[in-house]
Design a protein around this ligand. Structure first.
Ligand code: FMN
Length: 396
């Protein structure tokens, strides 16, 4: 209430010309929260919902609750401790590229309040993998939420060499992430989405599998989940091809979906290019999740993302077949305690409908969801990382 009635109107007005300023301030505040033991503890206690009905194993990882922060919010992994205090079950940092990138010219993020939406054409602005490791990942303190790391190719890398970027990133970041999101779906890097085409995708995933196997063996650890993130503008044939490749390459799951380049049904008149997120994306994301869940029989556990603002939205996403959900635009419109609100709201829905555990919502096909490759060994991923070689940073 305080956020929606007071903080949000002021923040939106002050940063009307360039909404990214509000984002930068939020990251600064979150960094402060992460650095201040007392503020961290107070916030964490307030925002965390601990309830066994919400916890589950997906991709072989133990998620304390199903609400994650989507990629793009903390591109440089600089506010992870502060974000943990907001009660997310998992945080996806990135998208990180091999080298530093400025991204597109500002303004490159636009709010559409009438549509509860955003348009962005950030263009993978980030400080590059080495800097992210040196400045942020090795300094992460709390590690109570699971960490996904989203990786993507540099703008300057040719399409032909794209796979090298992803492999290189996996090597550098392996020791820090609990899972790796393969971003092949941002609309703001020219040609990136073509990596979803079946031949290119097959080659990319094979290369990642090979590298992950070597890293896991070299570090005497396990195969960490690899999870491609797809776009919502694919047609059904393209989607079928992707599913076939992902199942064949034994991907641990899928993230559905990135932002859309469609503009249909918007109340706001806006000509900005980029990816649209928020409420207008919700139906399409749900439709895709439903389709994937049915056609794979639950063989690819899904992180559903797109237009989730409330517990009801999250519930619909689980019903469509998602095992976990993520939010981004919802956090901008609903405020920093969105994870708490969704988790508490889900428990209320459980009470009303007599649901005993979150897995019941998805129905029987979801049982395969815990049997991905990442789930073959059931011991906690945090206990089995042994340092053997430079790629295996001792962060646990
Ligand atoms: C400003 C902004 C930046 C984003 N950056 C990334 C990114 O770097 N990598 C990525 O995979 N997705 C990125 N996304 C997409 C989100 O992770 C998410 O898939 C999308 O916004 C849909 O979810 P939402 O409707 O809850 O926002 C970005 C979204 C926004 C709004």
């Amino acid at each position: 209430m305080l956020y929606k009635n007071i903080v949000r109107p002021i923040l939106f007005r002050l940063t009307r010309e360039d909404p990214e300023i509000a984002h930068e301030e939020a990251i600064r505040l979150l960094k402060f929260i992460g650095e201040s033991k007392h503020v961290y503890r107070i916030l964490k206690k307030y925002a965390t919902v601990n309830d066994p009905r919400l916890s589950q194993r997906v991709f072989g990882l133990g998620f304390k609750n199903p609400v994650g922060l989507a990629a793009g919010f903390d591109k440089n992994a600089e506010a992870l401790d502060g974000l943990e205090a907001l009660g997310f079950g998992f945080i996806e940092a990135g998208t990180i590229t091999p080298r530093y990138q400025e991204g597109n010219d500002r303004p490159r993020m636009f709010r559409l309040p009438k549509d509860k939406a955003l348009i962005n054409r950030m263009g993978f602005n980030n400080i590059g993998a080495d800097n992210v490791v040196r400045s942020n990942l090795i300094l992460r303190k709390n590690k109570e939420s699971l960490l996904g790391i989203s990786i993507g190719k540099s703008k300057a890398t040719t399409f032909k060499n794209a796979a090298d970027d992803y492999v290189d990133l996996l090597k550098k970041l392996y020791g820090f992430g609990d899972y790796f999101a393969i971003n092949i779906s941002s609309p703001n890097t020219a040609g990136l989405r073509a990596l979803q085409h079946k031949n290119h995708l097959e080659k990319l995933l094979m290369a990642l599998n090979r590298e992950m196997t070597q890293l896991a063996e070299g570090c005497n650890s396990r195969f960490k989940p690899i999870i491609p993130k797809i776009d919502p503008d694919l047609n059904w044939t393209e989607l079928d091809d992707i599913l076939e490749v992902c199942v064949r390459q034994r991907m641990n799951g899928l993230i559905v979906a990135n932002t859309t380049i469609r503009r249909s049904g918007l109340k706001t008149e806006i000509k900005e290019t980029g990816g649209l997120s928020g409420e207008p994306l919700r139906e399409r994301a749900l439709e895709m999740v439903r389709y994937i869940s049915r056609s794979t029989g639950g063989a690819l556990p899904i992180i559903g993302v797109g237009g989730i603002f409330s517990a009801e939205d999250a519930y619909e996403m689980f019903k469509a077949g998602a095992s976990l959900i993520q939010v981004f635009t919802g956090m901008i419109y609903e405020g920093p305690f969105i994870a708490r609100n969704i988790n508490r709201g889900l428990l209320e829905i459980f009470e009303r409908r007599g649901i005993k555990h979150i897995s019941e919502i998805r129905g029987p096909s979801s049982h395969k969801a815990t049997k991905g490759r990442g789930g073959e060994r059931d011991e906690d991923i945090r206990t089995c990382l042994v340092v053997r070689r430079p790629g295996c940073q001792p962060h646990y």
